[in-house]
Design a protein. Structure first.
Length: 193
């Protein structure tokens, strides 16, 4: 079910989704089992007896708000993150196509200062870099002035809409959001949202 619902990006992403699925299954299954045991009647022969509440009910009353709070906080965090993830189809100049998960980041405002093209950041290792023509774009970040290795794209397709004149920058750092292989430029926000 995890493969069908979320796909496979890497082992950590799969195990994270599997963990949430397993946790929710255990909590819901345990809660339903508890309700069945505590609030159902038992019978001795033809006499039905209500067992009443015991220490498990008190435990449930005390800890269920904590469990629900943690679950709702994680669900909100995941929902806010995954609302900004899009399926991206990138076509390079040599007609190679890549289908990736892209995160729309308001902080990515990188542009090539010469051509004024926006830059989409890719995680290193996503592209087959042999036989590709790269060039370097200067960029500034917090206390860092450096060059970013970039490649021109033929097109970028998101939600059926095709965007031209974008560059792909190869990031040396691994992205912290699981399952994300590229960080979309802030310029796309005006058109996607």
């Amino acid at each position: 079910m995890i493969f069908v619902s979320f796909g496979y990006q890497n082992l950590k992403y799969f195990l994270n989704n599997f963990g949430y699925f397993y946790m929710i299954s255990v909590i819901l299954g345990g809660f339903l089992y508890y309700l069945n045991l505590e609030f159902s009647y038992t019978h001795i022969g033809l006499v039905f007896i209500n067992k009443g509440l015991n220490i498990n009910a008190i435990f449930l009353i005390i800890f269920s708000p904590v469990i629900l709070y943690i679950y709702s906080r994680q669900a909100k965090k995941m929902k806010s993150n995954y609302n900004l993830i899009y399926k991206v189809i990138i076509t390079l100049k040599n007609k190679e196509k890549y289908t990736l998960n892209g995160f729309l980041d308001t902080g990515n405002k990188l542009f090539d200062p010469i051509t004024n093209k926006p830059i989409i950041l890719l995680q290193k290792g996503v592209l087959k870099e042999e036989n590709l023509k790269f060039y370097y774009v200067p960029f500034n970040s917090l206390n860092n002035h450096n060059l970013l290795k970039c490649i021109k794209t033929e097109s970028v397709e998101i939600k059926g809409k095709i965007y031209k004149n974008y560059l792909l920058g190869i990031s040396d750092k691994k992205f912290s959001l699981e399952g994300v292989e590229c960080v979309l430029n802030n310029k796309l926000m005006e058109e996607l949202i």
